[in-house]
Design a protein around this ligand. Structure first.
Ligand SMILES: Nc1ncnc2c1ncn2[C@@H]1O[C@H](COP(=O)(O)OP(=O)(O)OP(=O)(O)O)[C@@H](O)[C@H]1O
Ligand SMILES: [Mg+2]
Length: 266
C-alpha cells in the first residue's frame, strides 16, 4: 500500500510542482515505485513529466467518476488540464465531495510504493481532496513570500482535514524553498520556521537556482537535466525517507547523494 504525500503551500509559486517532480525522481532513483498526481488545473506538473497537452484521460475524468486513476497514468503521472477546474466545480455539489480523490486512488495505491500529490495554489476543494487522500503532507514555503499568517492558514486546513475527515494525516515536514541563504531575510525566515514548526522543518533548504525553471521548460527532472545541481533534492529525498522510516530505499538515496556530491567536498 502506497504512502501518499500531499505537497502544499499557503500560496502560489512556492515550488510545490518542482518539489513533486524532483522528489518523484529522487524516490524513483531510490528504488521506489512512485506515482505523481497533478491536482492543479494549471497542469504544470503534467508538462514537467512531458505529458502531451491533449493526453486523455486525466484527473478531471477520474474525479468525475468516468475513468479509473490506474487508466489515467501517463509517464508516471495522472495529468491535469483546465478540465480539472470544471470537475472541481461539479464535485462541490456532491455528497462525499472531499473523499472523491481518496476513493479514486485506492487501486493505484495498491500498485505503488509512494504517491505524491501536487496541490493547486488555493486551499480549496482540490487541496482538501489531496489532504484527505494522503497519509502525510509537506508544506513548501518561500522565504521571499513567507508569512506566518499564510503558514497558519495552511496548518488550519491540515488540521481541519485531520479533525473531520482524515485523522491519520501527519505533517511530514516544512520545506524552505527557492531560498537565497546569503540574505539575512532567508536566514531569519528559517529561524522563524524552526520556532513555529518545532522539529518539523527539513534541514535541507532548496536553494534558488535558474536550473529549475530551465529543467521545467525542458520537461526533464533536475536529476536528468543537470545532475550535479540535484544535490538539494537528493538530500531532501534522504530526509523524507528517514522520516518515513524506509530503510532500504534510504540506503539507495544516500548513495545518490554521495554520487552527486562534488569530489572536492566529499
Ligand atoms: N529552487 C528554485 N530556484 C529557482 N526557481 C525555482 C526553484 N524552484 C522552483 N522554481 C521556479 O519557480 C516557479 C514556481 O515554481 P513551481 O511551479 O514549482 O511552484 P508552485 O508552488 O507549484 O506554483 P503554483 O502555485 O503556481 O502551482 C517556477 O518557474 C519554477 O521553475
Ligand atoms: Mg504548481
Amino acid at each position: 500500500m502506497a504512502i501518499t504525500i500531499a505537497i502544499l503551500s499557503q500560496k502560489g509559486g512556492t515550488g510545490k510542482t518542482t518539489v513533486t517532480r524532483s522528489l518523484a525522481e529522487g524516490l524513483t532513483r531510490s528504488g521506489l515505485n512512485t506515482l505523481a498526481i497533478d491536482a492543479d488545473p494549471q497542469g504544470n506538473l503534467s508538462e514537467y513529466f512531458a505529458v502531451p497537452a491533449d493526453a486523455f484521460p486525466t484527473l478531471g475524468e477520474v474525479l468525475a467518476g468516468q475513468k479509473k486513476a490506474v487508466d489515467a497514468i501517463h509517464n508516471g503521472v495522472v495529468p491535469a488540464n483546465l478540465g480539472l477546474a470544471e470537475a472541481e466545480l461539479m464535485l462541490a455539489g456532491k455528497i462525499g465531495r472531499e473523499l472523491t480523490l481518496r476513493n479514486a486512488l485506492r487501486e493505484a495505491k495498491r500498485r505503488y510504493d509512494i504517491v505524491l500529490i501536487d496541490c493547486p495554489p488555493t486551499l480549496g476543494l482540490l487541496t482538501v481532496n489531496a489532504l484527505v487522500a494522503s497519509d502525510q503532507a509537506i508544506l513548501s514555503t518561500e522565504a521571499e513570500h513567507f508569512s506566518e499568517q499564510g503558514a497558519e492558514q495552511a496548518m488550519e486546513v491540515i488540521g481541519l482535514a485531520r479533525e473531520n475527515l482524515n485523522p491519520e494525516l501527519e505533517l511530514l515536514g516544512v520545506l524552505l524553498n527557492i531560498a537565497d541563504m546569503r540574505t539575512n531575510h532567508a536566514r531569519a525566515t528559517l529561524e522563524i520556521l524552526r520556532k513555529s514548526f518545532e522539529g518539523k522543518v527539513f534541514n535541507t533548504v532548496i536553494k534558488r537556482s535558474i536550473v529549475y525553471p530551465e529543467s521545467a521548460r525542458a520537461s526533464r527532472s533536475i536529476f536528468d537535466y543537470r545532475r550535479r545541481k540535484a544535490l538539494d533534492y537528493a538530500n531532501l529525498t534522504v530526509e523524507v525517507l528517514e522520516r518515513l522510516g524506509l530503510e532500504e530505499p534510504l540506503g539507495n538515496a544516500r548513495k545518490l547523494v554521495s554520487e552527486i556530491t562534488p569530489a572536492s567536498k566529499a
